[in-house]
Design a protein around this ligand. Structure first.
Ligand SMILES: O=C1O[C@H](COP(=O)(O)O)[C@@H](O)[C@H](O)[C@H]1O
Length: 265
C-alpha cells in the first residue's frame, strides 16, 4: 500500500488491488467502531450503495465478524433510491445481501427508509428519525451546528463526481437547512432518491470516500489536482469541518493523479 497526503482533500490510501483495499477498509472501519464504542457507547455509521458494499466484504470474514462489536452499530444510509426495499436498485437490499445479513447487527438498529412514501415524504421521515436519535445522542451532535455527527460516513463517487445522491450542479448541493433532502431528477437512474445534505456529511467525525476503477481516474484527477473544472464537483465539496477525510483508491482510480500524491511511503 502507498500512502500519500493532500492539504485540502484529506488522506489518500492507494492500494495495488481490490483485495488489499478491502482489507485496509475493513481495518479502518473496525478501528473506528472500536474507538466510537469506547468513547460514546455506540457506532453510528452511514453507508452508501454502489461498489462500496462489495468493498466492505472483509467485514463479514474473520477476524472482523467476531471482533467487531456489532450490537453497538447503528446503521444509516447517506443516500437511498426511492424504490421498494426488495427492488434491484435499493441500496438497502444491496447492503442487506452483501453485508448486513452476514454479521450480527441488531435489526432494530438498521435505519432504512420508509419505502411506502414519496421521495419528499421519505426524506422528511428519515430526517425526523435522525432527529430523535440525535436527541438521545445515539448519533452524536456537531459542536458547531445542530447537525448530526456520524462516527463515520462512507461514500462512493460516480464517474461524474457525484457522492451520495448529490449530483454535479444540482440544487440539492445548496441545501443548508435540511439534513436529508430529496431529488426526483437524478441523472443516474432511478430518478427519485433521498440524500444526506453536505452540512450533514461535513459534520461527521470521519468521512471515507472509496473509489476504484479506471473509469473514475479522470475524475479523481480533477478532484485532487483541480484539473479542468471551473465549478467544484460534489466530491470536492466533501470537506469535514472538524472531522477527518480519507480517500481509499485502487491503482486504477489513482492512475491519473499527479505524481507527488502517489509516492510510496
Ligand atoms: O447511485 C449511486 O452511486 C454512487 C456511486 O456508485 P459506484 O457504484 O460508482 O461506486 C453511490 O455511492 C451511491 O450510494 C449510489 O446511490
Amino acid at each position: 500500500m502507498a500512502l500519500g497526503g493532500h492539504v485540502d482533500r484529506g488522506k489518500l490510501r492507494i492500494h495495488e488491488n481490490l483485495d488489499d483495499l478491502a482489507t485496509d477498509l475493513a481495518d479502518y472501519i473496525a478501528e473506528l467502531s472500536e474507538r466510537s464504542v469506547k468513547e460514546r457507547g455506540y457506532f453510528a455509521i452511514a453507508i452508501s450503495g454502489g461498489s462500496l458494499i462489495s468493498l466492505m466484504r472483509k467485514l463479514c470474514e474473520a477476524p472482523y465478524n467476531k471482533t467487531v462489536d456489532w450490537a453497538k452499530w447503528y446503521i444509516f444510509w447517506a443516500d437511498e433510491r426511492v424504490v421498494a426495499k426488495n427492488h434491484a436498485d435499493s441500496n438497502y437490499k444491496l447492503a442487506k445481501e452483501g453485508l448486513l445479513s452476514k454479521v450480527p447487527v441488531v435489526p432494530s438498529h438498521v435505519y432504512s427508509i420508509n419505502d411506502s412514501l414519496s421521495a419528499e415524504e421519505a426524506a422528511d421521515d428519515y430526517e425526523f428519525v435522525l432527529r430523535q436519535l440525535v436527541k438521545t445522542r445515539t448519533v452524536g451532535v456537531s459542536e458547531t451546528s445542530d447537525c448530526p455527527k456520524f462516527d463515520l460516513v462512507l461514500l462512493g463517487m460516480g464517474p461524474d463526481g457525484h457522492v451520495a445522491s448529490l449530483f454535479p450542479q444540482h440544487k440539492a448541493l445548496e441545501e443548508k437547512d435540511e439534513w436529508v433532502t430529496f431529488i426526483t431528477d437524478s441523472p443516474k437512474p432511478p430518478p427519485e432518491r433521498i440524500t444526506f445534505t453536505l452540512p450533514v456529511i461535513n459534520s461527521a467525525s470521519n468521512v471515507a470516500v472509496v473509489v476504484t476503477g479506471t473509469n473514475k481516474a479522470e475524475t479523481v484527477h480533477k478532484v485532487f489536482d483541480n484539473a479542468g473544472a471551473d465549478v467544484l464537483l460534489p466530491a470536492q465539496m466533501v470537506q469535514p469541518t472538524n472531522g477527518k477525510l480519507v480517500w481509499f483508491l485502487d491503482r486504477s482510480a489513482a492512475s491519473k493523479l499527479d505524481g507527488t500524491q502517489t509516492a510510496a511511503e
